[in-house]
Design a protein around this ligand. Structure first.
Ligand code: PRX
Length: 651
């Protein structure tokens, strides 16, 4: 039998002709939505909804909130009397899990798939209906309760991408405990720091996880971390990889053994929470010092993630949604766990990465499960582009109807490849700009919005953004400046855990009344926003957010290092790569072996994602007279660019 050659699309990504309802003519290279996309879209008139939300963003959010179930109604949609400590849906009673699970059990969705999971090696598959999800979450919730965890207590979750991580997050929320998920790619220092800061009583982990066929020793990393964390009373261990691990009697418990005990049995009522009660904390890197924990709530965060996913990815009942992010990052929280379940969607969770064992792994999953909505990061697209079109072309990707991206600016080349090769020049690319702090999409198109490669288009309904100069004055079109947000929004962070002062200073002090994003951006004359990058010392490495300060402190924890500086430099695939400058202690001799040892040291302490591209030995670091390292100068020097204002540079 002759094997048909897979159809290839033309090499050029050609902008689609403007559709019948003719949106206004825009400048630059524009990709207009096709007639089919417009016909299928739930929301056809973006401008109309945008206008009304702009007129009254409270009314917009209130209408969204009414689509969900509440145990008790709010007195006020927004209480801004103590700003910037905004409160949403004050007085309302709710639990996000009620809307993620309980609500669906009363409808046909009870038997609908909530989660489809596939193992890294593709040999194991599991599916959970909303009914099954409720059963698993209830069992986990009963067990967590039996461990003495009460409403308001903190639980650290440190796992691979297995269904139990979703159960664990929802189980905590169900009983009113606060989860703190730590990305399973972080290592001892990062995990210990986060447990120490949060004072968690319970850690939920796995024996290990698979990564590209190798085992990551998660439990061993937990053991090493707990030497520094006396707050932890219990550790629940999910058996995933079957490696040999240490079980400390009294402290460590196998999950499968707990499931056999009567404590797992029986109903577990979903706790009635106040809308403003904390749902979770999530550590993220800031401009200085240690990572800070961002606080999100049950009520507002629920409304924000529900509504943004509904409009932006137009989630329908027959969709199969795949967000490739790890649950350990905010994208996983908002759009792998909460947003999809609030919308009653079917989500796919994949244990592995895009290119193991071969670079068609993701495309294979799209075909196998009929994924319709696919949401990933530019770094992954750039990485997969490298392997060529023959890999995706092996697969039937015709189930797809929308593509998305998040985490860092997408370069037009990657955008066009994604559009042409994966979307067959038909599917909109939804470029969503947001942050751990914003909880939900902030600048993003919906399917009917004309697109420009590399721009997230315009703010989501109810939000207004501005580009300002150092003094806070709006800059002219096409001029780079600081991106700020003008309106409060329900999914906004409420504070930094245990650090209200830093919350105010970091986000609300530079331009009073406006939220400082930490990003620089431009706005063009069509009102489209173009994100340039971070203006602080936050790095974006393969879309992962890391702080220069964390890398530096990992380096100086090595006995040979006296001082260190880390900067991010452009990297073809990762977006940014970490470059470091190290001053050795007296008597220590620089060599390629020491450089390699230091790279490894950072990877061991922080996690492989933080491994520097390069360690350069220097005799001194450029500093201000007050002793602050001038990373800006290092960056300019490394790129052969002008050093800018160096009047504060110490001689
Ligand atoms: O610099 C922006 C970049 O990621 C930062 C937020 O990182 P994090 O809190 O880890 O959240 C990432 C996922 C929501 C932002 O300050 N960023 C995020 N999305 C985009 C982006 N930059 C450009 N385009 C995006 N779509």
């Amino acid at each position: 039998m002759a094997i048909k050659k897979p159809k290839t699309t033309s090499k050029k990504a050609t902008p689609v002709k403007r559709a019948a309802n003719k949106p206004k003519k825009l400048s630059g290279e524009v990709f207009y939505p096709s007639k089919q996309v417009i016909a299928e879209a739930r929301l056809k008139d973006w401008d109309k909804l945008n206008r009304s939300a702009k007129k009254d963003f409270r009314a917009f959010w209130e209408a969204e909130a009414k689509e969900l179930e509440w145990y008790g109604k709010w007195k006020k949609v927004l209480d801004d009397s103590k700003k910037p400590f905004f409160k949403w849906f004050t007085g309302a009673k709710v639990n996000i899990v009620h809307n993620c699970i309980d609500r669906h059990l009363k409808t046909y969705r009870k038997n609908k798939l909530a989660l489809i999971w596939e193992s890294e090696d593709g040999k194991e598959h599991r599916t959970y209906s909303y009914y099954a999800m409720n059963r698993e979450v209830t069992r986990m919730a009963n067990i967590i309760k039996a461990m003495g965890v009460k409403r308001g207590d903190l639980v650290t979750i440190y796992m691979g991408r297995v269904p139990e991580i979703v159960f664990a997050m929802l189980a905590c929320a169900k009983i009113g405990a606060i989860h703190s998920v730590v990305f399973g790619g972080f290592s001892v220092d990062s995990l210990a720091g986060r447990i120490e800061d949060s004072q968690s009583k319970l850690v939920i982990t796995c024996d290990g996880s698979f990564q590209n066929g190798k085992i990551v020793q998660l439990k061993q990393i937990v053991d090493d971390s707990l030497k520094r964390c006396p707050s932890v009373e219990n550790v629940i261990v999910i058996k995933r990889v079957g490696n040999e691990i240490n079980i400390e009697t009294g402290r460590d418990h196998w999950y499968h053994e707990l499931l056999e005990q009567p404590i797992a049995e029986g109903k577990c009522e979903t706790e009635v929470m106040d809308a403003e009660d904390t749902l979770y904390i999530l550590y993220t890197s800031g401009s200085t010092g240690k990572p800070k924990a961002i606080v999100h709530t049950h009520g507002g965060y629920m409304v924000g993630t529900y509504s943004t996913l509904k409009y932006v990815f137009d989630v329908r009942d027959d969709d199969r949604w795949w967000c490739t992010a790890d649950p350990g990052w905010v994208t996983g929280h908002s759009y792998l766990v909460y947003g999809p379940m609030l919308n009653g969607a079917t989500s796919f969770l994949f244990e592995g990465g895009p290119a193991y064992p071969e670079p068609n792994r993701w495309w294979q999953c799209i075909e196998r499960y009929g994924i319709t909505l696919f949401y990933t990061a530019p770094t992954a697209i750039r990485g997969l582009m490298r392997f060529g079109e023959s890999w995706p072309d092996k697969h039937d990707l015709s189930s797809l109807r929308l593509l998305g991206t998040v985490g860092e600016p997408i370069n037009p080349e990657a955008w066009k490849w994604y559009y042409r090769v994966i979307g067959k020049s038909k599917l909109p690319i939804i470029d969503t700009w947001w942050q751990t702090e914003t909880g939900a999409f902030m600048i993003t198109p919906t399917p009917v919005v004309p697109l420009k490669p590399g721009s997230g288009t315009r703010p989501f309904f109810g939000q207004e953004a501005e580009i300002v100069d150092e003094q806070g004055k709006p800059v002219a079109d096409d001029t780079e400046g600081y991106l700020v947000l003008k309106n409060p929004w329900p999914a906004m962070l409420r504070t930094i855990y245990k650090d209200d002062e830093r919350y105010v200073k970091q986000y609300w002090s530079k331009y009073p009344g406006k939220y400082t994003t930490g990003d620089s951006a431009k706005r063009d004359k069509d009102g489209y926003y173009w994100i340039i990058g971070r203006v602080d010392d936050v790095l974006k490495v393969s879309g992962h957010r890391l702080g220069t300060a964390e890398v530096e402190s990992a380096l100086v924890s090595h006995p040979a290092v006296a001082e260190a500086a880390a900067i991010g430099l452009p990297h073809d695939i990762k977006g940014q790569g970490i470059h470091t400058f190290v001053m050795l202690r007296a008597g220590k001799v620089a060599s390629p072996e020491v450089a390699e040892e230091l790279r490894q040291h950072v990877a061991t302490h922080m996690g492989p994602i933080a491994r520097p591209e390069e360690v350069k030995f220097v005799d001194k670091l450029p500093k201000t007279r007050s002793g602050k390292i001038m990373r800006r100068v290092l960056k300019a020097r490394a790129q052969g660019l002008p050093e800018g204002d160096i009047s504060t540079l110490e001689e």
